[in-house]
Design a protein around this ligand. Structure first.
Ligand code: FE
Ligand code: ZN
Ligand code: FE
Ligand code: FE
Length: 185
């Protein structure tokens, strides 16, 4: 019979592998982004990701275990898709919007994983683990919000401006530098 602690530790090994893969994938996204703010956002999240790996070591420790990793098929797949969408949009005005979409899929996967891990650590009564995992969950949520902000502020409009040539029918809101956001998180 498997215990909740075993389930928790397996999922921890999965996200540990995912974060390691992301420390290798993010530098490529930094290089591919042609928008300065997006490049900074990716670089900033790469720095955070390196800290997240250290935090995961702390979580294993909080359970008296040695850190381990187990291949995360989902993140490996999402990184593969990110590579694909990046090469499809390379040297196009859509590149930054494309990179944002790929990155947000990754952040959402991480948010789901850390959300479960926080709940399980709480259930298991390990306060130290809860604190570490919650800190990373907050960073993933904030990274996701930053990406939505950049998409609205410039990257989606830039993608459209470069590919559509009819100023009349443009649905972007250049003047305010942001499309109006209603009832969206
Ligand atoms: Fe992460
Ligand atoms: Zn996974
Ligand atoms: Fe897909
Ligand atoms: Fe992340």
């Amino acid at each position: 019979m498997r215990t909740l602690e075993q389930l928790f530790l397996d999922e921890l090994a999965d996200i540990n592998d995912a974060e390691h893969r992301l420390t290798r994938a993010l530098p490529k996204m930094v290089r591919l982004a042609t928008n300065d703010q997006l490049r900074e956002a990716f670089q900033g999240h790469l720095d955070e990701t390196e800290q997240q790996v250290k935090r995961l070591n702390g979580v294993f420790e909080a359970f008296g275990k040695k850190a381990r990793a187990k291949k995360c098929e989902a993140i490996a797949g999402l990184i593969k898709e990110a590579d694909e969408i990046a090469s499809d949009n390379k040297d196009c005005p859509t590149i930054n919007a494309a990179l944002i979409s790929a990155a947000q899929k990754i952040e959402h996967y991480e948010i789901a994983s850390y959300g479960c891990l926080v709940e399980w650590a709480e259930q298991l009564g390990n306060d130290e683990a809860v604190e570490l995992l919650q800190a990373t969950l907050d960073e993933e949520k904030s990274a996701d919000k930053t990406l939505t902000g950049l998409a609205r502020q410039c990257c989606n409009a830039d993608a459209e401006d470069g590919s559509v040539d009819n100023g009349e029918e443009r649905r972007t809101h250049k003047g305010r530098g942001m499309r109006p956001a209603r009832s969206r998180n």
